[in-house]
Design a protein around this ligand. Structure first.
Ligand SMILES: Nc1ncnc2c1ncn2[C@@H]1O[C@H](COP(=O)(O)OP(=O)(O)OP(=O)(O)O)[C@@H](O)[C@H]1O
Length: 622
C-alpha cells in the first residue's frame, strides 16, 4: 500500500474541507469585477479561431501549416501552435480539483506523477502537450496516464470536465508511436487495420475526440480517422484507405465497416470506451459485446482496454469487467459525483408553468447582460418533439434558440452545434444526445427544463458547464413527476456543497419512505450512489490499493481483505455514503456563496429568479 504525498498532512484533527467556490479566487477564476464575461473567457483561443499563416510573432517560434508536410491530410488549418515562452496561459483552474480524494484498487498499481515530464510519452507528444498549454496534468491524468502507459487495463471514473479525454488519448498515441513493428506488419493488408479503437456513444462526441486526438498527435505521424453514422460511408472509407492508426468511432458505423470487410479489428492493441457506462448500458451493450467479443478483436490480456466515465454504476462495472484483464480501478472523487464548481439550483415548477418560468429566467439573464455571445445556455428536455416545440416557443419570444436531437439529420445536428458554439444561437435545446462528453466552451448555464429519470444523466447534463476548473450554473425545474429523483438529487447536492431547498429534502424523505413500493424506480433514479470499485466486496488478500486525499494519507488502515481504506471520517464517507464532504460550514456558507456568486454569474433578478419555489400540481409519471 502506498499513499500519495502531494498534500500529506499528519494532522491531529480533521481539517475542514473548503470547496473551490469558497476558496480565495485567483486571477484565472471568476473575477468579482468581471463576472460572467470573465467566467467564460475562451480557452485555446488560438485553436478555436482561424488564423492567417505566420511563421514568427513575438518572442518565440511558431509553426504554421506551411511547415507541416501532412497538413493537407490533417485538415488542421485552424491550428496555430505557440511555444511555451508565450505569456499566455491556459485559463483553467485545475487547482479546484486538487483536494479531491483519489482511490485506486488493483494489483501493483503504478504510482501517480506530478508532471507530464515524469512520464515517457515521447518528444512529439510532449511537445504537443505543451503547445496545447496543458501545463500540468489534472488529477485523473496524474493517476491514469502512468497506469495506462504501463500497459494496464483501467476502469477510470472522474468528474465531468476534468480531462479524461487526454487521460486515454495520451497513452494511446504514445503506445502507437512505440509500436513501429506492428505498424510495419500491417503494411500491404487489403483492409484497414488500426492499432487503437476509441468508441464513443454519439457522433458529436466522436468528432470531438477525433479533433482533440489530432491536436495531441500533431506532426507525430500518427494517423487518426473518425467514423460515425449520418454521413456518407464512402468518404469515411476513403479516409480509412489512406491509413489509420487510431480509429475513433460510434458503434453502428464501426460494425457496418467491419461487415463490409473494409476494416479489421485483428490488430487492435488499445481499446478505449469513453462514456463507458453509457456504452455498456442496455441500449448499446449488445453492439459493444459484438464488436469486442464477436469480431476479430484480440481478447482481454492481449489488448489493453481502458474504460472512462464520470459515472459507473455497480452493475455496469460488473458487465465491464468481462472486457478487462487484471485491471486497475481508479476513482477521482466518488463515482458519479458532480463537481462543486457547478452551482446547482432546483426550482419547484408546475409542468404547465415551465415555459413561462423559463422565459422569466432567460429574461432575467438577458437583463443582467449575461445572455451574450459568450455565455451560452443549454436547455435539456425529455423528448425530440419537446425540443422542437421549445425551440419554436423561445424563438417566438425573442430568444434565438436551436434544437439538437436524434430525429434531425446529421447536417442539421452539426449546424445546430456550430451555431450554438459560435454564439450565433446562444440557446441550445437538447435531448440527452448532447448530455455526455461534449466540451463546449462558454456554456455558462445548463437548465434542466425536464429532469432526466436517472441521477447519472443529471450529473452528465450539468457537467456541460463548470468544466476545466471554471465555474458554472445549473438550474433544474422539479415537478412532482420527478419525485423518484428527489433523494439521489438531494444527496448529490449535499455532497457537492449545494444549498438544498427544504421542500426537496421533504420530498426526498417522503420518497424514501415510499421506497418499498416504487423500488424499481427509486433504484433506477438512484443510479450508482455510494458506488466505487465493485470488486471491493470480493477483494482478495493480495489486492493492493491506495487511497489519497488531502486529509487522510497518514491514516490509511487495512479494511476488507487487503483492501485499504483511509481512517478518517471523510474517507469512510467517501467510500460508502452520501455525506462525503459534509462539513459544518456547508449550508450557511453555501447560501452566502450562492447569493454572492449569483451576483457574478447571473445577478438575482427582481422576479425572484434566484429562489422561487412556487406550488406544484401533481401530474404523475408519463
Ligand atoms: N492538463 C490540462 N490542462 C489544461 N486543460 C486541460 C487539461 N486536461 C484537459 N483540459 C481541458 O479541459 C477540458 C475538459 O476536458 P475533457 O473534455 O477531457 O473532460 P472530461 O473529463 O472528458 O469530461 P466529460 O466527463 O464531460 O466527458 C477540455 O477543454 C480540455 O482541453
Amino acid at each position: 500500500m502506498f499513499t500519495e504525498s502531494t498534500r500529506k498532512l499528519a494532522r491531529p484533527t480533521r481539517p475542514r474541507y473548503l470547496p473551490p467556490q469558497l476558496r480565495p479566487q485567483n486571477a484565472n477564476v471568476v473575477s468579482p469585477d468581471t463576472g460572467a464575461a470573465e467566467l467564460t473567457r475562451p480557452r485555446f483561443s488560438r485553436f478555436n479561431l482561424p488564423q492567417p499563416a505566420r511563421t514568427t510573432r513575438g518572442s518565440g517560434p511558431r509553426f504554421t501549416n506551411r511547415r507541416n508536410p501532412n497538413w493537407e491530410d490533417e485538415k488542421f488549418d485552424e491550428l496555430e501552435v505557440i511555444d511555451d515562452t508565450s505569456e499566455e496561459t491556459n485559463e483553467t483552474n485545475f487547482d479546484a480539483y486538487e483536494d479531491i480524494p483519489v482511490q485506486a484498487s488493483g494489483e501493483n498499481i503504478p504510482p501517480p506523477v506530478e508532471t507530464f515530464a515524469e512520464i515517457d510519452l515521447g518528444d512529439g507528444l510532449k511537445q504537443n502537450i505543451r503547445k496545447c498549454k496543458y501545463l500540468k496534468p489534472t488529477p485523473i491524468q496524474r493517476h491514469a496516464i502512468p497506469i495506462a502507459v504501463a500497459g494496464r487495463d483501467l476502469m477510470a471514473c472522474a468528474q465531468t470536465g476534468s480531462g479524461k479525454t487526454a487521460a486515454f488519448c495520451f497513452p494511446i498515441i504514445c503506445g502507437v508511436l512505440k509500436d513501429q513493428l506492428l505498424l510495419a506488419c500491417r503494411d500491404g493488408r487489403p483492409v484497414a487495420c488500426p492499432l487503437a479503437l476509441i468508441l464513443a456513444p454519439t457522433r458529436e462526441l466522436s468528432c470531438q475526440i477525433h479533433e482533440e486526438a489530432k491536436k495531441f498527435a500533431y506532426r507525430t505521424g500518427v494517423k487518426i480517422v473518425v467514423a460515425y453514422g449520418g454521413k456518407p460511408i464512402s468518404q469515411q472509407l476513403r479516409n480509412l484507405e489512406k491509413g489509420v492508426d487510431i480509429l475513433v468511432a460510434t458503434p453502428g458505423r464501426l460494425v457496418d465497416m467491419i461487415e463490409r470487410a473494409k476494416l479489421s479489428l485483428g490488430m487492435i492493441k488499445y481499446l478505449a470506451l469513453d462514456e463507458a457506462d453509457r456504452m455498456l448500458d442496455m441500449g448499446f451493450e449488445p453492439q459493444i459485446r459484438k464488436i469486442v467479443e464477436k469480431m476479430d478483436m484480440p481478447p482481454p490480456g492481449t489488448r489493453q482496454t481502458m474504460l472512462f466515465s464520470a459515472t459507473f454504476p455497480d452493475e455496469i462495472q460488473r458487465l465491464a469487467s468481462d472486457f478487462l484483464s487484471d485491471y486497475v480501478f481508479l476513482a477521482v472523487g466518488r463515482v458519479g459525483s458532480s463537481t462543486d464548481l457547478i452551482v446547482q439550483r432546483v426550482e419547484l415548477v408546475q409542468e404547465i408553468d415551465k415555459r413561462n418560468h423559463l422565459l422569466d429566467l432567460l429574461r432575467s439573464q438577458k437583463s443582467n447582460g449575461t445572455c451574450i455571445k459568450h455565455a451560452l445556455t443549454l436547455v435539456f428536455v425529455e423528448t425530440r418533439r419537446g425540443a422542437n416545440e421549445l425551440e419554436r416557443w423561445l424563438s417566438m419570444y425573442g430568444f434565438p434558440a436551436i434544437a439538437i436531437h436524434g430525429d434531425k439529420v446529421q447536417m442539421e445536428r452539426e449546424h445546430a452545434l456550430r451555431s450554438f458554439k459560435s454564439g450565433a444561437t446562444p440557446i441550445l435545446v437538447a435531448t440527452d444526445v448532447a448530455s455526455r462528453g461534449l466540451d463546449i466552451p462558454h456554456v455558462a448555464h445548463v437548465i434542466n427544463f425536464d429532469l432526466p429519470k436517472n441521477i447519472d444523466d443529471y450529473v452528465h447534463r450539468i457537467g456541460r458547464t463548470g468544466r476545466a476548473g471554471k465555474y458554472g450554473l445549473a438550474t433544474a425545474f422539479f415537478s412532482d413527476k420527478n419525485l423518484p429523483l428527489a433523494k439521489p438529487l438531494t444527496e448529490l447536492m449535499k455532497e457537492s456543497n449545494q444549498e438544498v431547498p427544504s421542500w426537496l429534502i421533504e420530498y426526498a424523505e417522503n420518497s424514501s419512505f415510499s421506497g418499498g413500493g416504487g423500488g424499481g424506480w427509486a433504484k433506477h433514479a438512484a443510479g450508482n450512489f455510494g458506488g466505487y470499485d465493485f470488486r471491493k466486496g470480493i477483494a482478495s488478500g493480495n489486492e493492493s490499493s491506495y487511497y489519497s486525499s488531502t486529509y487522510n494519507d497518514a491514516n490509511a488502515v487495512p479494511a476488507i481483505g487487503g483492501y485499504y481504506v483511509a481512517a478518517s471520517a471523510n474517507a469512510q464517507t467517501f467510500l460508502g455514503g452520501a455525506d462525503f464532504y459534509a462539513d459544518p460550514y456547508t449550508l450557511s456558507a453555501n447560501a452566502d456563496y450562492l447569493v454572492a456568486s449569483n451576483a457574478n454569474l447571473y445577478p438575482a433578478a427582481p422576479h425572484e429568479y434566484a429562489y422561487s419555489f412556487g406550488s406544484v400540481v401533481a401530474s404523475g409519471w408519463d
